[in-house]
Structure formats: structure tokens, C-alpha cells
Design a protein around this ligand. Sequence first.
Ligand code: AMP
Length: 215
Amino acid sequence: MNLVLLGPPGVGKGTQAGKISQYLNIPHISTGDILREAVKRGTPLGLKARHYMEKGELVPDEIVISIIKERIQENDCQKGFVLDGFPRTVVQAEALEKVLSEFGRAINVALYIEADEEEIIRRLSGRRTCKECGQIYHMIFNLPKDGKRCELCGGELFQREDDKVETVRNRFRVYLEKTLPLVNFYNKKKLLKKIDGARSAEEVFNEIKRVLSQK
Ligand code: AMP
């Protein structure tokens, strides 16, 4: 199954994509994670992407499209994939459609996880990420067991530059302008399924499983 996750930054797409990936045994592909790794390693891609990311702006379409084109042709994507944070513009969605159709494939469902701006700010400003493995925690909703370090690898937790309040507001504005039109894009194609994101991660995932079982 080829899935797309839509929704504002911080609504829990990464968490849900991880659960879906395990549940369906398909890879979780996050352009945000790929770009952050490139920035961390200082690769040419990272150098190009960095200043857009720090301001909460979108990285140019052609850059992310070429990342995804390559990634979805890898072997582990044969059975499907769950895309998290891509597409984020109509141009990206059209490019995705085109590249999939070249292999006789298509998106099967676009899960749209909804939440309003205040809920997003509350969530993102509490979010902490492991420096080593990227695992996500939350200072209110999902504290690591010892309150400080990553449960998986013992890594130190930090607040992403773009999770700070001013940047979060900008990311939300960019989302409304550039990404929200995709709701209409997938709705017209009868692929859109709305999920209420203002609930616990478990409840959201149960709803997703219900929706997927009807597919
Ligand atoms: P995320 O972790 O998905 O919120 O992504 C973090 C940042 O990476 C975004 O604020 C953008 O700067 C950049 N980014 C990730 N995915 C995309 C995409 N599909 N198109 C453009 N920029 C992206």
C-alpha cells in the first residue's frame, strides 16, 4: 500500500507514520528526516537545505522531488511506503503521481490528520528529539522514562531549532498557504481520509487502522 500522510507540522505525522510502517511492514519515508540527516552531515544537499529549514520555509520542490524519486525506487519500497512530510505542495504531489505512474503504481490513500494552530503550538513547543537516533518525545504527552535521555539509545534530547514558537508560527503559515491545497487535490481523486488529530497517539492510530481496514 502506498500512503501519504497530510496534516500540519507537529500533528503527529511522524509518530503515526512509524506505527503504520510497523503495522504494514513498509518503510517510513520522511523528507524532513532525510534533510536533517544531510544537514547534520554537512553534505551538499544539507548545505542547500539548511537555511530554508531553519526559517521554517519549504526547501525548493526540485530538491525534495529528486530525493523522493530515488528513495521510492529502492527495493524496500516494492510492497509500498508511507510518506511523511511529502508531498507538501501541489507541484510535489503531481511529480509523485507522475513518477509512480511510470512504474504502474499510484497513491492508494492520503490520510489527513487535522488539528488547529493552538494545539500545534502546544505540541511542538514541548517536543524534544534524540540527538543520536532522532526518536521523538514530548515533555507533557510522552516523557522518556527517566525524564531526560532517549529510552532507545540513551542519547541526549534537544529542541529542534524549527520547533521554537516563532518558527512554528511561520511553519503553520507556510502549511496553510502551500500544503493545505493538497487536501482538495486528494479529495478530488477520492483518496482523502480525514482523521481527528486532537487525541492521543493511540486513539489516532486506532482510527487509522480502522480506515486502512476498509481499503
Ligand atoms: P518536517 O520534519 O517534515 O516538519 O520537515 C522539516 C523541514 O524540512 C520543513 O520545515 C522544510 O523546511 C523541510 N522539508 C521537509 N519536507 C519537505 C518537503 N516535502 N518540501 C519542502 N520542504 C520540506
